[in-house]
Design a protein around this ligand. Structure first.
Ligand code: SAM
Ligand code: SF4
Length: 331
């Protein structure tokens, strides 16, 4: 469907859990989080129902995320349930990769179309520090396992930090030299703990990559459902993408909404509120009532975020901002 600004909304990111097996410094506090009780989290049947009703609004692509989606038991079964819904054309997963190799066969046979693996460095010591204890080998094992399925679209997501070694970006980008994989650099967004970190913008990262790999060509083919701009360096099999949410705001072409693990349908990452679908799902509402609520929420999607102008906002505008953390909304 189209929202009030004429944007076509066809993509829903679904957070299946707030829990995570890592504690990335810009995402989760070291002590972890107070987990939401199971009964407040949508069941898989409820998630699948929202996805099915969403197809009536034109939602055709679903991304499962979290927290870490693979820590929730039975996730492979959810992939199958959602992928079988008529009108759903694509189901993908965003994961830190730690539990991927043990699940990938079943995920793919249940219809998974794509996987994004978060990897900010290829240095095992830095990885352990950044994730507060993660083992790089396991994430790389997940990546290798995913790459062994030629039909599966595999992307690597890196959030470039201000004090990260530039050689990390070069090493990560080099993965796309030999392999058919997209390596994407995502600007740090001032959401949750991310507000305390300064990331590096896409132009800065591109400059560093150009000094190693030469001048890239703009890639104009269609890749994925999101806002990444891709380039291809000479001799590379895969592409390098940039998601410049802060430096080159792309809200005017935003096609997504988010469903939190507690069942809030959120039209924009930066704003609080949204529609409490759990309340409707558990109070006996029929599909038509839920669809109506979803339609209203999607239609009222805000024009855009104000990441860079937050300081100049009025108190009233600021009071509408999302206070939740990235792991809670579903990054
Ligand atoms: N645990 C999974 C993972 O790490 O891929 C899925 C959830 S995680 C919140 C999704 C993505 O959001 C990760 O790639 C992570 O690096 C990114 N992320 C977390 N906080 C962020 C922030 N403030 N700005 C930009 N990206 C962020
Ligand atoms: Fe967990 Fe992903 Fe957040 Fe890291 S970025 S703490 S892996 S949810």
């Amino acid at each position: 469907m189209e929202d009030q600004y004429g944007r076509k909304i066809d993509y829903m990111r679904v957070s299946v859990t707030d829990r995570c097996n890592l504690r990335c410094i810009y995402c989760m506090p070291p002590e972890g989080i107070r987990s939401i009780p199971h009964d407040r989290i949508l069941t898989y049947d409820e998630i699948a129902r929202v996805c099915r009703i969403g197809t009536g609004l034109g939602i055709s692509k679903i991304r499962l995320t979290g927290g870490e989606p693979l820590v929730r038991k039975g996730l492979t079964g959810l992939v199958e349930m959602v992928r079988k819904i008529p009108g759903i054309e694509k189901v993908s997963l965003t994961t830190n990769g730690i539990l991927l190799s043990g699940n990938i066969n079943e995920l793919v046979s249940n219809g998974l179309d794509g996987v994004n693996i978060s990897l900010d460095t290829l240095d095992p010591v830095c990885y352990r520090e950044l994730t507060r204890g993660g083992e790089l080998e396991r994430a790389l094992g997940g990546l290798e396992a995913a790459l062994s399925f030629p039909r599966l679209s595999v992307k690597i997501n890196c959030v470039p930090l201000d004090d990260a070694g530039e050689e990390d970006w070069i090493g990560l980008a080099a993965l796309a030299e030999e392999r058919d994989v997209e390596v994407r650099f995502i600007e740090m967004m001032p959401v949750g703990l991310g507000k305390k970190f300064r990331g590096r913008n896409s132009d800065e990262v591109l400059k560093v990559l150009e000094s190693s790999f030469g001048t890239p060509e703009k890639y104009t083919g269609r890749l994925g459902s999101g806002p990444a701009a891709y380039v291809q360096f000479p001799g590379f099999r895969g592409r390098i993408g940039f998601i410049s949410a802060v430096s080159h705001r792309f809200c005017s072409s935003c096609n997504r909404v988010r469903l939190t693990s507690e069942g809030m349908l959120k039209p924009c990452l930066q704003y609080g509120g949204g529609a409490d679908l759990r309340e409707l799902l558990r109070s006996g509402a029929d599909d038509r009532q839920i669809e109506e609520k979803m339609r209203e929420t999607v239609f009222r999607k805000p024009a855009g975020h104000h990441f860079t102008e937050e300081r100049e906002m009025t108190d009233r505008e600021r009071s509408c901002l999302e206070e939740k953390e990235m792991w809670s909304i579903g990054g």
